[in-house]
Write a protein that binds this ligand. Structure first.
Ligand code: GDP
Length: 362
């Protein structure tokens, strides 16, 4: 599965966000395999297209696709030196594919801030410094190892070491690698190192109910994110926690009263999905209508592999109808009649929203 780790200093609202995410209406019955560790939440991807498909197909079950959020608690200054739960914390982040960095952008005299004042720039720098120092440690060790290999004349080792030599001072200054000006090719060469500060990152600016506009804290986070090429999602975790407790009807009323189109959590989940370069395709049978997640650019057999590895191995063809055609033409038969039903081969690149039926050998 795809996952996103939630990090941030203590008391910024991480647990509040995580609890809201995990309570946001997952039907646990459909995910028996998903009762993993307490710090991992399986979160359904909000997607109104599923409901439209269900209206047409009238299946027994409707199953959304999901994303995992991992609550990574316990970051303190000094983590990269192994202080507190530092090492465990860094090991947990290493296993995630993207990072959601929660930043406190609200005043509340009842909630103590670890550094005694709300200061998003200092908070972000504290976390980024620990992550950068952890990466610096990785770089230092790799350079030591490569010095010998380079003497042997290994071209790839020479190229890799040259990049490492260049990024070392950047990390030593506490700067994340995502702002080191690496091109795609260089990032590919560094992939196996699993650098923390190269993971796609979004800042979750945790604001008060009335803190979406004219909020200097939020503006600071936006400025920093722009400098780094990162994404910002402003959200009020407190309200999201309240919304998550409501049933569907109450939720709709509450959102209406607040003048919100959707829960802020939906924006967080979607931002995580986009950060990872993911898209959705659908299967639409009478037993179940279901959404599946693939990387943008995945081929039809790769998409089949998400359902079952046997589907990928035995892939023959994919029957495909674009989502818009499926809906506007009233389903598969309508799409067929209108010539919008296609038979695609193994090189077909799936598009977001494709409604697919795989043909395969077993
Ligand atoms: P964590 O240590 O980062 O996991 O922080 P928590 O989620 O436990 O939140 C710390 C405190 O801040 C709790 O008392 C929350 O109720 C409060 N809090 C979280 N989000 C907000 C918010 O958006 N506004 C306000 N005023 N308080 C919040």
């Amino acid at each position: 599965g795809f996952n996103c780790g939630i990090v941030g200093l203590p008391n910024v609202g991480k647990s509040t966000l995580f609890n809201a995410l995990t309570k946001s209406g997952i039907d646990a019955e459909n995910f028996p395999f998903c009762t993993i560790e307490p710090n991992v939440g399986i979160v359904p991807m909000p997607d109104p297209r599923l409901d439209r498909l269900a209206e047409i197909v009238k299946p027994e079950k409707v199953i959304p696709t999901t994303m995992e959020f991992v609550d990574i608690a316990g970051l303190v200054a000094g983590a990269s030196k192994g202080e507190g739960l530092g090492n465990q914390f860094l090991a947990n982040i290493r296993e995630t594919q993207a990072i959601a960095h929660v930043v406190r952008c609200f005043d509340n005299d009842n909630v103590i801030h670890v550094a005694n004042e709300v200061d998003p720039r200092a908070d972000i720098e504290t976390i980024n410094l620990e992550l950068a120092l952890a990466d610096l440690d990785t770089v230092d060790r790799a350079i030591q190892r490569l010095v010998r290999v380079v003497k042997g004349g290994d071209k790839e080792a020479i190229a890799t070491k040259a990049i490492l030599d260049r990024i070392q001072p950047h990390l030593a200054e506490g700067q994340p690698l995502r702002s080191a000006g690496l091109d795609d090719d260089e990032k590919r060469q560094l992939k196996s190192f699993g650098f923390l500060t190269l993971k796609p990152t979004m800042y979750i600016a945790n604001v008060n109910e009335d803190g979406f506009d004219d909020n200097p804290y939020l503006e600071t986070v936006k400025t920093i994110a722009a400098e780094e090429g990162a994404v910002v999602v402003p959200v009020c975790n407190q309200i999201e926690a309240e919304i998550a407790e409501l049933d569907d009807e109450e939720r709709a009323m509450f959102l209406d009263e607040m003048g919100m189109e959707e829960p802020g959590l939906d924006r967080v989940i979607r931002a995580g999905y986009e950060l990872l370069g993911l898209q959705t395709y659908f299967t639409a049978g009478v037993k179940e209508v279901r959404a599946w997640t693939v990387k943008v650019g995945a081929t039809a057999p790769e998409g089949a592999g998400v359902i079952h590895t046997d589907f990928q191995k035995g892939f023959i063809r994919a029957e495909v109808v674009a989502y818009d055609d499926f809906v506007s033409l009233g389903g598969e038969q309508g799409a067929k009649d209108a010539g919008k039903w296609r038979l695609e081969g193994k090189d077909y690149v799936l598009k977001d929203g494709d409604v697919v039926h795989f043909r395969f050998n077993v």
